[in-house]
Ligand binder design. Structure first.
Ligand code: IMP
Ligand code: MG
Length: 185
């Protein structure tokens, strides 16, 4: 994709690099205080959370390990059961661990609520969620999200890990997808 094509994808910058890093530093402080004296296991949800997870982890002052899961939802928006398929499971046993799930965005909440049920069954010592973005208007299932970066309106966003058809993850900011492109897809 050329630079011009990349730029055409963005209708508007919603959260720029400076805002992202400032908020991530705040989240890092908050999490470091809450988990002082403990060891954290961060679980990143592939692929969108990779950028956020890498930046957040650099702001943590508690010992931490990382692991990843990849999940696919079966048209989650229309599937009220919220059943998702695990494409890549964890390598680490989370029993008795302090676990923090790191997500890019929470939309309907279906993916996350399935994931939380699945992880709870593995008996972690604690289980919390840190999401960079949330779209409260779109929520169908309520999920307890302990740490939230930004609440955003109901618009499709790209960049900083978030994709549209696997593209635009490399944008250094969070932007709103050009609706013309969404219509072409
Ligand atoms: P949920 O199960 O509806 O909460 O879906 C969450 C997943 O949908 C996220 O992890 C993203 O992969 C994807 N998603 C939801 N909204 C957006 C968006 O605005 N941009 C890019 N991906 C999104
Ligand atoms: Mg996605």
């Amino acid at each position: 994709m050329t630079q011009a094509e990349l730029e055409r994808g963005v209708e508007e910058v919603l959260i720029d690099e400076v805002q992202l890093q400032a908020r991530i530093a705040e989240l890092g402080d908050e999490i470091s205080e809450d988990y002082a004296g403990r060891e954290l296991l961060l679980i990143g949800i592939l692929k969108g959370a990779v950028f956020f997870m890498a930046d957040l982890m650099r702001r943590l002052r508690v010992p931490c390990e990382i692991d990843f899961m990849a999940i696919s939802s079966y048209g989650a928006a229309t599937d009220s059961s919220g059943v998702v398929r695990i494409l890549k499971d964890l390598d680490i046993n989370i029993e008795s661990r302090d676990v923090l799930v790191v997500e890019d965005i929470i939309d309907s909440g279906l993916t996350l609520s399935y994931l939380m049920r699945n992880l709870e069954a593995r008996k972690p010592r604690s289980l919390e969620v840190c999401a960079l973005l949330t779209k409260p208007e779109r929520r169908e299932l309520s999920v307890d999200v302990r740490y939230v970066g930004f609440e955003i309106p109901n618009r499709f966003v790209i960049g900083y890990g978030l994709d549209f058809a696997e593209r635009y993850r490399n944008l250094p900011f969070v932007g709103v997808l050009n609706p013309e492109l969404a219509a072409e897809a």
